[in-house]
Design a protein around this ligand. Structure first.
Ligand code: ATP
Length: 350
């Protein structure tokens, strides 16, 4: 197994600075997710670890060894990409066996390892099919099996679930998690899907414009987003973010009045998650407006109210019902976590 260290990594494409300066240590056995919106530099970072992309300056160390000039095949990594990269003319068995063949593993040993791996990802009944005779999820599992068949030191996965339908994504997510538990191999996983990041990661590195804006456990990132960007990016539905100002210990915006522990200040954004708001009959409650939409999700109902330009969403009981456009009031639940950010810098204030 292996620790991966990125030290002062800079990546330029011509004059374009894709990664300004990145420092990151991925611990041995960790499942680290690089999360961020399109174009933030996740794939570039991963490709640099893989050796598929030159680095402009800085060092990459795998197991304490500087690998800047090592080709991908000598880095003891296995990669799984979004588009599987399976060989269409080979059977599932041959696809999985290929990396072993490349490394000159003896035939009998190859056979046993292919069988073992196929069982692990439940492909043993499909070994004689070709990729064209498989569903998307099955192909994805072949790609996965091919990468785990020789237990590398590091897995690099770039949006490996993005071609799958919603249901299969969830199933495969659990499979990946279980597999990581079983194998304990250091894994770097790229995604723009915050739910995938939250559910899979040991730690999440949230990236924006080539920089890591927060590196923490999923729990910490959810409970204590470092800035406004992370606050808005993590969570579904998103955290309510309300523009206002603080005066005399009260955060105020149109239809909103919430006690906060902050000195007088303009340009403040207050954040509160939908599940920390409750619907109330109290007309003097913290947030008042008109009911704008009700969305039943099954286990709960999302209640959105609007007041002028601001809106807020609460997660209510599944059986909550009311007239659209009727007055509606929300209040932070007992002990709810209130987040405060500076409007212009996005910096966390409390
Ligand atoms: P996505 O989720 O869309 O794949 P990403 O976070 O993985 O995005 P990267 O592919 O790492 O983003 O790209 C980071 C930035 O570098 C982007 O602005 C992209 O346009 C730029 N970039 C990537 N590859 C090249 C290249 N070969 N030449 C020039 N610019 C590039």
């Amino acid at each position: 197994m292996a620790e991966v260290r990125l030290v002062d990594i800079v990546k330029k494409y011509g004059a374009f600075l894709a990664v300004p300066e990145l420092n990151l240590t991925i611990h041995d056995g960790e499942f680290l997710v690089l999360l961020g919106p399109s174009g933030c530099g996740k794939t570039t970072t991963m490709r640099m670890i893989a050796g598929l992309e030159d680095i402009t300056s800085g060092d990459i160390l795998i197991k304490d060894e500087r690998v800047n000039n090592k080709p991908p095949k000598d880095r003891d990594i296995a990669m799984v990409f979004q588009n599987y990269g399976l060989y269409p003319h080979m059977t599932v068995r041959q696809n999985i066996e290929y990396p072993l063949k490349l490394r000159g593993v003896a035939k009998a040993d190859r056979k046993a390892r292919v069988q073992q791996t196929a069982e692990k990802v439940e492909l043993d009944a499909l070994l004689d099919r070709r990729p064209s005779e498989l569903s998307g999820g099955q192909r994805q599992r072949v790609a996965l099996a091919r990468s785990i068949v020789r237990t590398p030191s590091i897995f690099l996965m770039d949006e490996p679930l993005s071609n799958l339908d919603a249901k299969l994504r969830v199933t495969m997510r659990a499979e990946l998690k279980h597999l990581h538990h079983e194998l304990g191999v250091t894994t770097v996983y790229v995604t723009h899907d915050q739910m995938e990041a939250m559910t899979l990661a040991t730690r999440v590195a949230v990236m924006r414009k080539g920089r890591i804006v927060q590196l923490d456990t999923p729990k910490k990132i959810y409970a204590e987003p470092a800035d406004l960007f992370v606050a808005g990016f993590i969570g579904s539905p998103s955290m309510n973010l309300i523009d206002g100002a603080v005066k005399d210990g009260l955060f105020r915006a149109e239809g909103v009045e919430i006690p906060v522990d902050l000195g007088d200040r303009d340009g403040v954004v207050l954040g509160i998650r939908p599940e920390e708001l409750e619907i109330t009959a109290d007309t003097s409650a913290a947030i008042g407006g008109k009911l704008y939409a009700l969305e039943l999700t099954g286990e709960s109902t999302l209640v959105t109210l609007r007041n002028g330009l601001s809106s807020a969403c609460a997660r209510g009981h599944a059986d909550f019902d009311a007239e659209i456009n009727s007055p509606c009031f929300l209040a932070p639940k007992q002990g709810a976590r209130i987040h405060l950010f500076d409007r212009s810098s996005g910096e966390r204030l409390g």
